[in-house]
Design a protein around this ligand. Structure first.
Ligand code: SAM
Length: 235
């Protein structure tokens, strides 16, 4: 269970209404039952139920069961699409171990705002589901141009570019990617506009990549790119 509170030996953890409902009404836990907790910072902890109420409760942390496992330093930049598909991208990126998820607004991005809190909650659920101890941050929607204006010199960008489709992508090419911080960039359904393509192509940090011979939908492309990167980096 994810709790946004410090975890440590003997540390009391207060549950909110939803958490109490889930543990005591849905899971039917009672006093003395053990629960595994994580907060994205302190690893995983075994805690026991000290007080169980209908809409509140207290757990007491006992021992750490796993240290914090940080994912590789990989960001996912993607242009938000329809709500359900955007949710899917965030969920899968969190499962696949992206360290940060950055929705970006491009010329052909249909969404002009996102529910950042809802997407962050999806990232938490995904981390819970796959037994992670880390939750990636989902950033607010920001213009791609502005993000590139202050892009860190050392972070490379794997630009998934459908115009490269059909170019051979081999594991050998990907395993030759230099180590270090990376970002994967996935465009919107309409692809990148010509000025965006020109800007990306001129950046020294950018590596253009094909995801195979077919034009994939953006959500499929995000999962394919994360998978290939993970295989290549072995992380
Ligand atoms: N509007 C474009 C078109 O019809 O040619 C398609 C855009 S595609 C649906 C959305 C995004 O997925 C692209 O901007 C790219 O980042 C990624 N993508 C899809 N297929 C790809 C491929 N075969 N290779 C690399 N990137 C791909």
């Amino acid at each position: 269970l994810f709790v946004d509170q410090p975890l440590g030996p003997g540390q009391p953890v207060a549950l909110n209404g939803d958490q109490a409902h889930y543990l005591f009404s849905v899971m039917r836990l009672s006093r003395g039952a053990a629960v595994l907790l994580f907060n994205g910072r302190d690893g995983e902890w075994r805690a026991v139920v000290a007080e169980a109420g209908k809409r509140a409760g207290i757990l007491t942390c006992e021992t750490q069961t796993a240290p914090l496992r940080l994912p590789p330093d990989l960001w996912l930049l993607f242009a938000p699409i329809k709500k359900a598909r955007t949710d899917f991208i965030v969920e899968k990126a969190a499962e696949m171990g992206a360290a940060r998820i950055l929705p970006v607004q491009t010329r052909y991005t249909n969404a002009d705002r996102i529910r950042q809190d809802r997407l962050q909650a999806h990232a938490v659920e995904a981390a819970e589901q796959c037994g992670g101890t880390f939750v990636p941050e989902v950033a607010e929607l920001q213009p791609l141009d502005r993000l590139l204006d202050r892009w860190p010199a050392e972070r490379r960008i794997l630009w998934c570019d459908e115009h490269q489709a059909g170019q051979p992508v081999t594991l050998a090419t990907l395993t030759a990617l230099p180590a270090g911080p990376w970002a994967i960039l996935i465009g919107p359904e309409g692809g990148f506009a010509a000025p965006e393509q020109a800007r990306l192509a001129g950046l020294p940090q950018v590596v253009q990549a094909s995801l195979g011979p077919r034009i994939l939908r953006a959500d499929t492309a995000a999962v394919a790119a994360l998978t290939l990167w993970q295989i290549a980096q072995g992380d």
